[in-house]
Design a protein around this ligand. Structure first.
Ligand code: ADP
Length: 497
């Protein structure tokens, strides 16, 4: 009982675990992406806003005032003054004067910098910045912070034939310090807020989706359990609408098969019981006859004439034959039914076999005044089958044909080649089989005419059918009441090399 109950919770636990992992992963990526983008966004905005700073310095300040380069030498005082004015407005900036090759000629930075500035910077980002007029987000060397790339503004200058660049780090150490501390608090708030919200929504969605996802599974589990408890009629309603359609359909099919097989087994069981009851009845009749005649012979042995004795002995003999034939039939049928017979297929002449059988049944046919003949006896047809089983099937069919044909009637066995098969046809001019009974005559123990005296166990055609099954072929019956019947089947022809 416990084992059954763990199925769903185990699955739900796993689903929850997967879900929690997904949320944590999503949260982490969310925080990472947000942090990264916010940082880049801030830098891009700052750079765009300060794009013109360097240009402005050159345009407005230096061109109209005294030049900051005199004979190629930096007028440190003038440059320093002007820059400090700017830094008073924006404390985040660091200003560098570069020559054409990117060497730092002079720098104006806030004091208290523990790092020694770099001697030169890479020119490629500066050129890119100037070419795109500051429209594109580009990072350049930060002389005070060699490991880091930073946003900047830059502009070229040319004074007395001396060319170079004004290079301004717009978010220098100072800005970095301020932004780091601000970003830290904002970011923490943002992360916690985002995480809490995400978790809340995720948990809500999680509960709902797990409930929906497992809804069908719960229904299936419930149905399977009910079925196991004996409710054989229970099925999963609308299986094609189920999320796990294959399982639902398979369960319904499996349940149908189980019920079908159970019904089959029940009917097999019923038939077996019926067979045993009827067989014992059929065996008892000749036994009773035997007993009667033997007793008469014993009691009246002195008064009976020789002729009478002879007649009584013949009757006992016939009944013993009948008994042994019934027992043989029963034995044969039960072997076939239990699938204990494996056909041993080999090539043989069906024509020769037919000749032999005609000869064997000639006397019986003559006794009944029935004409027995083989059609097309000249052709020698070879088939590939189990000779013993085919002989048995033909025997039963010929025997029936003679049995159910009135005197002056005719029984014909014909062999016809049809492509790669030989068609075997046993036709009689007997009393025929009613159309309504034709589908059942191959079922064991079905005797069509219940009013007439039973002439056999009703196993003859059931044996024939089993033999056909073993040869992967079928037998059909064409019959019209009072006109006759034809039993037709095909066997694979054996090609002579
Ligand atoms: P049985 O031992 O009664 O002959 P079978 O299985 O051989 O059992 O045949 C089943 C029933 O089919 C017979 O009882 C008979 O009613 C019918 N049947 C079989 N062969 C013929 C035939 N050639 N002509 C008419 N009826 C037949």
């Amino acid at each position: 009982m416990n084992k059954e109950k763990t199925l769903t919770p185990k699955l739900i636990k796993k689903l929850w675990l997967a879900f929690a992992l997904l949320i944590i992963l999503m949260g982490a990526s969310y925080i990472f992406i947000t942090g990264y983008l916010t940082l880049n966004y801030n830098e891009a905005i700052t750079q765009r806003m300060n794009a013109d700073v360097a240009n402005h310095v050159i345009q407005e300040k230096f061109e109209n005032a005294a030049p900051f380069l005199e004979d190629g030498t930096v007028n440190k005082e003038l440059f320093g003054d002007l820059m400090h004015d700017m830094m008073a407005v924006n404390r985040g900036i660091e200003v560098y004067l570069l020559n054409k090759s990117g060497d730092i000629l002079y720098s104006v930075v806030l004091k208290h910098n523990e790092n020694e500035p770099m001697k030169s910077v890479t020119l490629a980002p500066i050129e890119k910045f100037i070419n795109t007029e500051g429209e594109e987000f580009v990072l350049g060397d930060d002389p005070l912070n060699p490991e880091k790339q930073n946003i900047f503004s830059a502009a070229p200058f040319s004074i007395d034939g001396h060319e170079g660049y004004i290079y301004i780090i717009v978010a220098g150490k100072q800005l970095e310090l301020i932004s780091d501390s601000l970003f830290g608090t904002y970011f923490t708030k943002l992360s916690i807020g985002a995480m809490v919200l995400t978790m809340l929504f995720a948990a809500l969605i999680g509960i709902l989706s797990i409930w929906f996802l497992t809804k069908n599974l719960r229904l299936i589990t419930h149905t399977v359990r009910k079925f196991q408890e004996g409710d054989l009629d229970i099925r999963i309603a609308n299986p094609e609408e189920s999320d796990i359609e294959v399982v639902a359909l398979s369960f319904n099919k499996m349940a149908d098969t189980i019920v079908e097989n159970m019904d089959k087994m029940k009917s097999v069981d019923n038939l077996r019981r019926e067979l045993i009851a009827n067989v014992s009845h059929d065996l008892r009749t000749p036994l009773a006859v035997l007993k009667g005649y033997i007793e008469t012979l014993q009691i009246k042995k002195d008064t009976l004439t020789e002729l009478q004795k002879e007649e009584y002995l013949q009757i006992t003999h016939d009944n013993i034959d009948k008994l042994s034939s019934l027992i043989n039939q029963l034995f044969e049928y039960s072997k076939l039914e239990a699938e204990q017979v494996t056909p041993i297929k080999e090539p043989f002449s069906i024509t020769e076999l037919s000749h032999d059988l005609i000869a064997k049944f000639k006397i019986l046919a003559e006794q009944k005044q029935v004409q027995l003949q083989l059609d097309n006896p000249e052709e020698n047809y070879m088939v590939y089958a189990d000779i013993g089983l085919v002989e048995r099937a033909l025997q039963n069919l010929i025997e029936n044909a003679i049995k159910y044909t009135e005197p002056k009637g005719k029984v014909t066995l014909s062999l016809i080649k049809m492509g790669k098969q030989i068609e075997i046809n046993i036709t009689d001019t007997g009393n025929g089989i009613p159309v309504s009974d034709q589908p059942f005559i191959f079922d064991r123990y079905k005797q069509v005419d219940n009013t007439t005296k039973k002439q056999g166990l009703g196993l003859g055609l059931a044996i024939v059918k089993k033999i056909m099954d073993l040869h992967d072929t079928t037998i059909i019956v064409l019959s019209k009441p009072y006109e006759g019947s034809s039993f037709i089947f095909k066997l694979p022809a054996h090609q002579l090399q």
